[in-house]
Design a protein around this ligand. Structure first.
Ligand code: NAD
Ligand code: UFG
Length: 342
């Protein structure tokens, strides 16, 4: 019988790609999402790709009774991947309580339900934001955790601690904390991808919308950083590669008795790419020009950060494989697909 997994936030960007990979790996997926930052149509995309429509509960993970009824209606869930969270860094500064409430209450509800319903493990979506501005790059999982620069970042740090404390208290569960670097791109089918509400905050959706003429020009936030071309450096990881890491993590967590109860993995490519290099890579790989201007630095931005992904490579047996230019072509194909849908 297929192992049943609850994917919270499963109609969102990373959750939808992960649902596809889980289903293709033979897992049975139940999604809960309140559609606060995604659309029900995403289920059609998942079904078109995999031939399977995942079970879907429209509901709020912050409501524990909704969760309990989900676990009763879908007995035998063995693992959870917790994507459900609010994730806009800037908004979190303006509305900290919304972020603490949504990101922490949802996690605590899931943890509380796990022993009640025999769920053995939870994979948690953390972020390289927990490292703040690193003292040196690239960084592995032993790099110090720096004070968070936003309430959003703080929710990731606190969430990691809540999970560890709960397990230390003797809770009969395991967890894998995945620290994502910068997920970008879309599924190669162009049937699912990133669909931010309103004006995108993140680089790649802003870039593809500019290339499509939806936005007038992209602003590069600062070219006076202490980097080779003056723009910030990130570790851009293909979203399908990232999704596959969740399948590897779920397998390790549920199918091995001798692993630690809490494990942490950086998920990145190991390559730092600057904002300017990314724009040039997009233009080169798609043949589409991106109008851009250099603007002031964005408050709170980290200058440069990229991963040592060796632990994930060696322990999870997972490696980021998609070259960044292919990822950018897929982001563009998704943007074009969205334009056709209208
Ligand atoms: P997303 O907004 O596309 O997906 C999150 C989904 O969760 C959305 O569909 C939203 O409707 C849902 N959701 C939010 N709160 C909910 C609640 N209380 N109950 C039910 N559903 C709820 O975001 P994403 O980019 O797919 O990110 C997924 C996770 O990965 C988040 O936890 C995010 O913080 C983390 N993360 C993302 C990035 C990134 O750059 N995208 C980087 C690091 C970590
Ligand atoms: N950038 C621009 N112009 C834009 C948008 C972004 O120049 O219009 C630059 C930023 O200044 C930054 C880089 O592109 O240097 C990447 O910015 P993103 O907003 O795409 O991503 P961040 O690295 O700021 O943060 C992202 C997520 C966070 C997450 C973090 C680490 O938004 O949620 O990655 O995982 F915590």
């Amino acid at each position: 019988m297929a192992t049943k997994i609850l994917v919270t936030g499963g109609t969102g960007y990373i959750g939808s790609h992960t649902t596809v990979e889980l289903q293709q790996a033979g897992y049975e997926v139940v999604i809960i999402d309140n559609l606060s930052n995604s659309s029900i149509d995403v289920l059609d995309g998942i079904e078109s790709i995999t031939g399977i429509r995942p079970a879907f509960v429209e509901g709020d993970v912050c409501d524990i009774e909704t969760l309990r009824s989900l676990f009763r209606a879908h007995p035998g869930i063995k693992g959870i991947i917790n994507f459900a969270a609010s994730k806009a860094v800037g908004e979190s500064v303006e509305k900290p309580l919304l972020y603490y409430r949504n990101n922490l209450n949802s996690l605590m509800n899931l943890l509380e339900c796990m022993p009640e319903y025999g769920v053995r493990g939870i994979v948690f979506s953390s972020s390289c934001t927990v490292y703040g501005e690193p003292d040196k790059n690239p960084i592995d999982e032993t790099a110090p955790i720096k004070p968070a620069t936003s309430p959003y970042g703080n929710t990731k740090q606190i969430s990691e601690e809540i999970i560890a404390d709960f397990i230390t208290s003797g809770a009969p569960i395991k967890s894998i904390l995945l620290r994502y670097f910068n997920p970008v791109g879309a599924h190669p089918s162009a049937l699912i991808g990133e669909l931010p509400n309103g004006v995108p905050n993140n680089l790649v959706p802003y870039l593809t919308q500019t290339a499509a003429g939806i936005r007038k020009e992209l602003t590069v936030f600062g070219n006076d950083y202490n980097t080779p071309d003056g723009s910030c450096i990130r570790d851009f990881i293909d979203v399908v590669d990232l999704a596959k890491a969740h399948v590897a993590a779920m397998h390790r967590m549920l199918d091995n008795d001798d692993t630690d109860a809490v494990e942490i993995f950086n998920l990145g490519t190991g390559r730092g790419v600057s904002v300017m290099e990314l724009i040039e890579g997009f233009e080169r790989s798609t043949g589409v020009k991106v109008p851009y201007k250099i603007g002031p630095r964005r408050a709170g931005d980290i200058e440069q950060i990229w991963a040592i992904p060796d632990k994930a490579n060696n322990v999870l047996g997972w490696k980021a494989e998609v070259p960044v230019e292919e990822t950018l072509r897929k982001a563009w194909a998704w943007q074009c697909h969205l334009a056709e849908r209208k």
